[in-house]
Design a protein around this ligand. Structure first.
Ligand code: IMP
Length: 201
């Protein structure tokens, strides 16, 4: 199967830059929703990262007849029953600043130490094809909720996410370093390998 172009279902330019960097060697044109002229807002009403990514990718593939990739991601904190999870973007309200959201996580983990602060970023990517087929990939970046916010890089919960292995916060990583380790980077490389196999048959 020859895939000529792919739509990546996001309006986030930062994600597109990351996706283009990683997908470069696939030799396929990767378009954002805007570039593809798609202006729909798909309601993510699933109960898992997988469901949400699949809903988004299949809906837009159905509308456009193109191969569509969509991602769903979030932060799981073990001591909080894996909250905020699929609700990461809307935790404490969409319009609440991440400084407040991050501080809330620090407060809710008061008295917990080391492994009791374990957390992970999760990313699931779904690929939907015009013939109705769907594939998914999932990857995580493991770490802990820190005791404070650190770093000016990244976005969202990055400043509160501590990586014990690297003894730094995710917010302190330059983009290229984060892409090597991140849930999204890893999930993208996994789905790329699957797409490569399809290109070969
Ligand atoms: P979505 O997948 O674009 O819906 O994003 C889900 C939410 O998870 C984001 O709004 C952030 O709150 C959080 N999140 C996902 N990935 C990251 C990351 O790499 N760093 C910080 N926060 C993230």
């Amino acid at each position: 199967m020859m895939i000529k172009r792919i739509i990546f279902a996001t309006g986030n330019e930062g994600k597109m830059r990351e996706v283009r960097m990683i997908m470069e060697d696939l030799g396929v044109e990767v378009l954002s929703l805007k570039e593809a002229g798609v202006a729909v807002d798909v309601e993510e009403n699933g109960t898992t990262f997988e469901e949400n990514a699949v809903i988004k990718a299949t809906e837009i593939s159905r509308l456009t007849g193109e191969v569509v990739l969509a991602d769903d991601s979030g932060l799981e904190v073990d001591a909080l029953n894996k909250e905020p999870g699929i609700h990461s973007a809307r935790y404490m309200g969409y319009d609440t600043s991440y400084h407040i959201k991050n501080q809330s996580l620090i407060d809710r983990l008061e008295g917990k130490e080391g492994e009791e602060r374990s957390a992970r970023f999760v990313c699931v990517i779904a690929a939907a094809f015009p013939d109705g087929r769907v594939m998914t990939s999932r990857a995580t970046m493991e770490g802990q909720i820190g005791y404070e916010e650190r770093g000016e890089n990244g976005f969202g919960y990055d400043p509160v996410f501590y990586l014990p292995e690297y003894q730094c916060y995710s917010g302190e990583l330059p983009l290229e370093e984060k892409n090597k380790l991140s849930h999204r980077g890893k999930a993208l490389r996994l789905i790329k390998e699957e797409l490569k196999k399809l290109q070969e048959v």
